[in-house]
Write a protein that binds this ligand. Structure first.
Ligand code: HEM
Length: 198
């Protein structure tokens, strides 16, 4: 029975990992917006902000599923115990990464996004863009984009630590993977990755 529960919880955990790719796609969207090049305008920017705004709640749900299935895996795995949550580095990194991601998302959802919304709401389909609006939106968007880059790095780090938790991956190798994850998150933050990895 333990085996079936482990399989089920690992499946839920892995599917949630997949669905937590949101920071990657949000960075793709904002980089594509920059590539599109059109000036700030109601239709393009309202559409983009709707996509980004509506993603937060989905993300909270997946983060909750991640925590629940992760804790469930500790409960059902005979070789793991609750004390590993504070003694096993891979598990510590995982839950701390998740906690930071929840905090960053809460900051974006409850503080940053409402400010972006207040400014974007000043855009109207049939009137010119108010003077000085574009730079004010750009400052907030830049901060949000940076946080998405950090979140992408944390998702990848928690995923790599999953390999340690499951396959006892060597910590030095895990460290190399984490360094590559940092480089990749930086790349996705800076430029639209037209070829996936580049
Ligand atoms: C409270 C937070 C978390 C806890 C307690 C936790 C716990 C665990 C445990 C115990 C395992 C090993 C499962 C097994 O071998 O049966 C595992 C695997 C895994 N975790 Fe987490 N996890 C957490 C967060 C995350 C996050 C945020 C991610 C990525 C977004 C993640 C991605 C993975 C992956 C991909 C695996 C499986 C690796 C593989 O199949 O080789 N985990 N996790």
């Amino acid at each position: 029975m333990e085996w079936e529960w482990r399989t089920f919880l690992l499946l839920v955990h892995l599917v949630s990992t997949l669905l937590m790719a949101a920071p990657f796609y949000m960075l793709v969207i904002v980089n594509e917006r920059a590539r599109f090049g059109a000036p700030l305008g109601y239709f393009t920017d309202r559409y983009m902000e709707n996509i980004i705004r509506n993603n937060s709640v989905r993300c909270f749900v997946f983060q909750g599923t991640m925590a629940a299935s992760g804790l469930g895996l500790i409960y059902v795995n005979a070789w793991l115990s609750w004390s590993d949550l504070v003694t096993e580095p891979a598990l510590i990194i995982k839950w701390v990464a998740l906690l930071i991601m929840v905090s960053l998302l809460a900051y974006v959802h409850f503080y940053l996004q409402p400010r972006v919304e207040a400014l974007v709401n000043q855009l109207k389909p049939d009137s010119p863009v108010p003077e000085g609006l574009a730079p004010r939106i750009a400052v907030l968007r830049m901060r949000r984009k940076r946080l998405a880059g950090v979140c992408l790095f944390l998702v990848l780090t928690a995923l790599i630590m999953g390999l340690r938790a499951t396959f006892l991956l060597n910590y030095y190798v895990a460290g190399i993977f984490v360094a590559v994850a940092a480089l990749y998150a930086w790349r996705v933050y800076r430029k639209p990755v037209l070829l996936g990895w580049m």
